[in-house]
Design a binder for this molecule. Sequence first.
Ligand code: ZN
Ligand code: ZN
Length: 129
Amino acid sequence: MKYSRQRELIREAVERSTHHPTADAIYQEVRKKEPNISLATVYRNLNQLADNGIIRRVAVPGEPEHFDHTMAYHEHMICTQCGCVVDIWPEKPLYEQFEALSETGITGYDLILHGLCRACADRNNLKQD
Ligand SMILES: [Zn+2]
Ligand SMILES: [Zn+2]
């Protein structure tokens, strides 16, 4: 990929964020510095960055995809209440376990866990008291 200032701004915006932003959230962020950038440009660059293994795409069925600032291995849980993405860090890569269980090997997997994030769980507990 050849250098592009806009893509650099987009990459920085993803890397600064720890909350798995959507393309739209990145667009709002980058627009502060680059008011003329279009949402289509943000999408195109996010896809290029993800295709080149620089950022990670988190696909959530029925929802806009999210982008992750770290390529370090981990899984994701979606909060069933507020829809935020929570990082889950398995001790051993799940890929290896599935690979070992499969007779012919696997080429990948899509896994989205569902549950409550800390903030929603705490809020629910407060309501019960
Ligand atoms: Zn939540
Ligand atoms: Zn993550």
